[in-house]
Write a protein that binds this ligand. Structure first.
Ligand SMILES: [Zn+2]
Length: 286
């Protein structure tokens, strides 16, 4: 599936602001097609996917960012922003119980630091707070990044008709005057929901609109798409982490049907192939 989704990175020439802008409609549609979501939940997952992309691009574009939006009972939406622009989403992995769309939530951000340690940032999301508000709090508390953020998903065919967002990050060069000018400018912009169907249909258009009137340069532009990292090898590896009694039962049973929760891909695992994989024999071809 081709996707026109992109994320772009720009900077103002005075070094005061950096902008990450993304349009993620096709990516979100791909993710939603593999999940069971209600309308409200689907929009939330689309926003979470966008938020994960924005965090990855703002902090370290080459890293994998996982973002979790958890309700009071621990049920969650999960978005993975993987390197190379690959993205996927999950509704309550491993559990079919519904995720609450209202009430308090926790927004959790996971990624691996260059030294191998796991970074985990948490912010509380009050009932009624939107994704942009939660993300601004996360950026400030966990990344010490002061930013102005907008994220929106509009309902439509395939769950969404338009999804996107942006982060305007204040850099150390920003003076009080330019901050006031930018705050004023962003305050007068149309809401994100209108930009997506107006002056911000693509990431490049969105970026040009958000930085209109501020001399700027584009630093990077890269494609985004829905996709998954699952494979027959990964499925077999995860089966072998199950309790030995269960593994033995599978090795003696019929071919196993396994569905990837993230992308919906179906794998039929032959017990003989699983047996030789466990023995460390040559890897069977998918
Ligand atoms: Zn998959």
């Amino acid at each position: 599936m081709t996707s026109t989704d992109r994320v772009v990175r720009l900077m103002t020439m005075d070094g005061a602001f950096r902008l990450i802008a993304a349009v993620t409609t096709e990516t979100a549609r791909g993710a939603l097609a593999a999940q069971v979501t209600g309308d409200g939940l689907g929009l939330r997952l689309a926003e979470l996917l966008t938020a994960a992309i924005l965090v990855r691009e703002t902090t370290q574009p080459a890293r994998r960012v996982q973002m979790v939006w958890r309700d009071r009972r621990g049920r969650s939406l999960v978005a993975d922003a993987l390197p190379e622009g690959l993205n996927r989403g999950l509704v309550n992995p491993g559990d079919s119980a519904p995720v609450a769309t209202d009430g308090d939530h926790i927004l959790q951000v996971n990624y691996t630091l260059p030294n191998g340690a796991l970074h985990q940032g948490l912010v509380a999301v009050a009932d009624g707070d939107d994704m942009a508000t939660a993300l601004m709090q996360y950026m400030k508390q966990s990344e010490q990044i002061v930013s102005m953020i907008a994220v929106a998903a509009l309902p439509g065919p395939g769950g969404v008709r338009a999804v996107g967002g942006y982060v305007v990050q204040l850099l150390p060069e920003a003076t009080r005057e330019v901050i006031a000018a930018m705050t004023d400018h962003l305050g007068n912009l149309e809401p994100m929901t209108s930009l997506l169907e107006g002056r911000g249909r693509t990431a490049a258009e969105l970026a040009a609109t958000v930085f209109a009137g501020f001399e700027h340069a584009e630093l990077a532009s890269s494609p985004l798409r829905f996709g998954c990292t699952c494979s027959e090898i990964r499925v077999m590896t995860s089966i072998l982490t199950l309790p030995p009694v269960e593994v033995e039962r599978m090795l003696d049973g019929d071919p196993l049907e396994v569905r990837c929760d993230a992308c919906g891909a179906k794998y039929e695992i032959d017990p003989a192939a699983l047996r030789s994989f466990r023995a460390g024999d040559s890897v069977p071809q998918a």
